[in-house]
Design a protein around this ligand. Structure first.
Ligand SMILES: Nc1ncnc2c1ncn2[C@@H]1O[C@H](COP(=O)(O)OP(=O)(O)O)[C@@H](O)[C@H]1O
Ligand SMILES: [Mg+2]
Length: 315
């Protein structure tokens, strides 16, 4: 793997301006083909122990490329992230790019598909050629890769089928040849073509958060309000099965009511009433079973004896 020219050696300020230059360079070159994000905008996802240690090990491997090369092995450079929507696949890829100090290049199926024969293959080629020519490293994220890399079909005759198969062949070859770090994300790992599945050095499952992770996520997105550990504990139980994105929506909605209250006609008079309003306005993803609070909103009554409103830290 190519060593990262951005992260090596330079002072922090110099490094940051180099990274920003790389972000704008790639943004210009990849307009319409990818969304380029700066590593400085990344957030760290709160993840279960298994995923955390996989990522920790992977970063150590990438950073020790020279030592590994000395004994004849290469660090793994590709990973497939799978798991339900809103659990942090995109956030994790961005965090990874931040840890490597390079931009994240996000490519979605909508960027690849073209109307004309051969257009999709052309888009894939242009993406990888541009990255190979750019004098900078990046992490590529191919989002919803199942849309591009569904199982190939043997059916003959269908023009759409053969176009799909040829696109997948191009993608497989390009992933194989790519020299940097490549991550793909999918909610439907089962539908991926087996050859594509095998191309990834690591398979990481980013699943719905367990109790400890939900506790930490609720607390993070409740900040700077201190709801108290008792309240967060109750919410942790009542949100079993919720994705982090839904937990974020819930806590941010409550904070909005706490700050704007009467002005948005959502006075945050009681804990139960405030949470009930936000629950009614947010919907769990239809792909999974709704958490208890959404199945039975009257469970908010469990919050009624809590001290309210929560204290705002630093005020
Ligand atoms: N594990 C997590 N920890 C903290 N926040 C998360 C986590 N997963 C998702 N989020 C938040 O939910 C939103 C959607 O997450 P995203 O990474 O796009 O999920 P996915 O790519 O798996 O659909 C983001 O705003 C992110 O901040
Ligand atoms: Mg995503």
């Amino acid at each position: 793997m190519r060593r990262d020219p951005i992260a090596d050696g330079a002072s922090p300020r110099k490094r940051e301006s180099k990274v920003e230059a790389a972000v704008s360079h790639l943004t210009g070159k990849l307009r319409g083909l990818a969304d380029v994000r700066s590593p400085t905008d990344a957030e760290e996802p709160i993840l279960g122990g298994g995923v955390r240690s996989s990522i920790f090990g992977w970063l150590a491997e990438i950073n020790a490329a020279d030592e590994l090369a000395a004994v004849g092995i290469k660090p793994r450079s590709t990973a497939l992230l799978s798991g339900p929507p809103g659990c942090g696949k995109t956030t994790l890829a961005h965090h990874l790019s931040a840890r490597l100090g390079v931009p994240l290049v996000c490519v979605g199926a909508e960027n690849i598909f073209g109307k004309y024969l051969g257009e999709s293959e052309g888009n894939i080629a242009k993406l990888f050629d541009t990255l190979a020519l750019a004098d900078t490293s990046a992490v590529i994220l191919i989002d919803e890769i199942d849309a591009i890399g569904a199982k190939r079909s043997d059916e003959t005759g269908g023009g759409a089928t053969s176009a799909r198969n040829s696109m997948l062949t191009v993608l497989l070859r390009r992933i194989e040849e790519f020299k940097g770090v490549l991550v793909a994300a999918t909610n439907r790992p089962d539908s991926l073509d087996p050859a594509l599945w095998r191309r990834f050095g690591m398979q990481i499952v980013v699943d719905l958060p367990d109790d400890d992770a939900r506790f930490a996520i609720l607390k993070r997105y409740g900040m700077p309000f201190d709801f108290g550990d008792d309240a967060i504990e109750i919410l942790t139980d009542l949100t079993d099965g919720a994705a982090p994105s839904l937990l974020r929506q819930l806590m941010e909605g409550v904070k909005r009511s706490l700050v704007l209250g009467d002005r948005i006609r959502q006075p945050a008079t009681t804990a139960a009433g405030t949470f009930a309003t936000i629950i009614a306005q947010s919907k769990p993803h239809p792909d999974y079973e709704p958490p208890p609070l959404w199945q039975n909103p009257s469970l908010v009554s469990k919050l009624q004896d809590l001290p309210w409103p929560p204290k705002r830290e630093g005020v």
